[in-house]
Write a protein that binds this ligand. Structure first.
Ligand code: ADP
Ligand code: MG
Ligand code: MG
Length: 359
């Protein structure tokens, strides 16, 4: 069923809104859920038709969000505020889909791209504060709504399976890229092993640290709230830190064809680390701090092998605009990961410096 066939007004009215619904219209730049702005005689709300293809377990997804937002709110942090249905449920499920409603967080701005170091530092601060505030939360309460999300060894096995099948006969066209991922096999279990043996603490991870998931104050730019909590799951803070660096400390877009434009920026790495560690404070363990550069590398390599696996499989998972699109994406990740390898000592020095300045 498409959005056009649905009586959005009627859907909105099944939630516990104070005023009468006057208007419902598509809203925002999200790519996963269908998001609508609801206007009432009393104020505004966000209505979302959840993506049940990506997240089939709506019950546990909403339970995760409820648990995390309640914990954040108890500490005075502004966060997503669920408006229940008229019969008291956190979401609504009918023939038109699975729906939820949030209080509209007013007077904020967000960014789609890293525009400058200050914005990236603020983003780091937002996620550092998120981790700090949730450091007392028992992450094992949360459901893993997408199994093995950042299980890099599993992602590597999936890549090898796609290579083995070579469904499109594309493997012959990218031997160097294949060799890159094969040649680093020995490092892929660093984080998963650490979580398993307890040397890396299990924490709440956001898993979608895109800039437009941080709402910043429209007046002074400070980070107000982190939204889009669909992917909150148990994991390592290295995942969120690493993925932020992967997309934010790059000098080019993820699908830049001209590799001469693609570089890992140590300066942007420093900006994010300053924001992140500055807000995280003493909640980070020595082992986590030591592994921050590895986290950035791991998320970049993992993402790259997923792009290459999808290229080999015939572009099934990631939306592509041309036949080499996933290969181009894999190449940017390989470039970034290679530069991180070259600058591993410099990255470690930045972390040590930022940690030192904090103590
Ligand atoms: P997606 O998973 O599709 O990215 P999001 O939950 O991030 O969906 O919502 C899409 C956009 O809607 C956000 O980027 C933001 O602009 C806006 N939005 C979502 N929730 C709120 C809210 N509670 N208050 C204000 N804006 C919101
Ligand atoms: Mg979003
Ligand atoms: Mg999302």
């Amino acid at each position: 069923m498409t959005g056009n066939d649905i009586d959005l007004h009627a859907v909105a009215e099944r939630f516990r809104l104070d005023g009468d619904v006057t208007r419902v219209a598509p809203y925002g730049d999200g790519h996963i859920n269908a998001t609508y702005l609801v206007e009432t005689t009393d104020g505004r709300a966000i209505l979302q038709r959840m993506n049940t293809t990506v997240f089939p377990d709506t019950f546990h997804l909403m339970r995760n969000i409820e648990l995390v937002t309640a914990f954040l709110r108890a500490q005075g942090q502004e966060t997503l505020d669920i408006i229940p249905t008229r019969d008291g449920s956190t979401y609504l499920e009918d023939a038109t889909g699975a729906w939820r409603m949030y209080v509209f967080i007013e007077d904020t701005v967000s960014y789609n791209l890293v525009t400058d170091a200050a914005v990236f530092r603020a983003a780091g601060g937002a996620f550092g504060a998120f981790q700090n505030q949730l450091s007392g939360f028992d992450a094992s309460q949360l459901t893993e709504t997408i199994a093995h999300f950042h299980d890099t060894p599993k992602r590597f096995r999936d890549f090898l399976a796609a290579l083995d099948r070579d469904a499109m006969g594309r493997a012959a066209g990218c031997p160097d890229e294949i060799a890159f991922f094969r040649g680093r096999d020995g490092r892929y279990a660093t984080i998963t092993d650490g979580l398993a043996d307890g040397t890396i603490p299990l924490r709440v991870t956001h898993n979608d640290t895109k800039l437009n998931n941080i709402l910043m104050d429209a007046r002074d730019g400070h980070a107000r709230a982190i939204i889009d909590l669909d992917t909150v799951m148990p994991g390592s803070l290295l995942y969120d830190f690493g993925d932020s660096i992967r997309f934010g400390a790059s000098t080019a877009l993820e699908d830049e064809r001209d590799l001469d434009k693609v570089h890992f920026s140590l300066d942007l790495f420093r900006s994010y680390a300053e924001g992140f560690l500055g807000e995280l404070g003493g909640a980070v363990t020595a082992r986590e701090a030591e592994l921050l550069p590895t986290g950035a590398w791991m998320m970049t390599v993992e993402c790259g092998m997923r792009f290459l696996a999808d290229h080999l499989a015939g572009d099934i998972y990631f939306a592509t605009r041309y036949p080499e699109h996933n290969l181009v994406r894999a190449r940017t990740q390989i470039r970034l990961a290679s530069e991180m390898e070259e600058q591993a000592d410099a990255m470690a020095a930045v972390v040590a410096d930022v940690m030192g300045g904090k103590a």
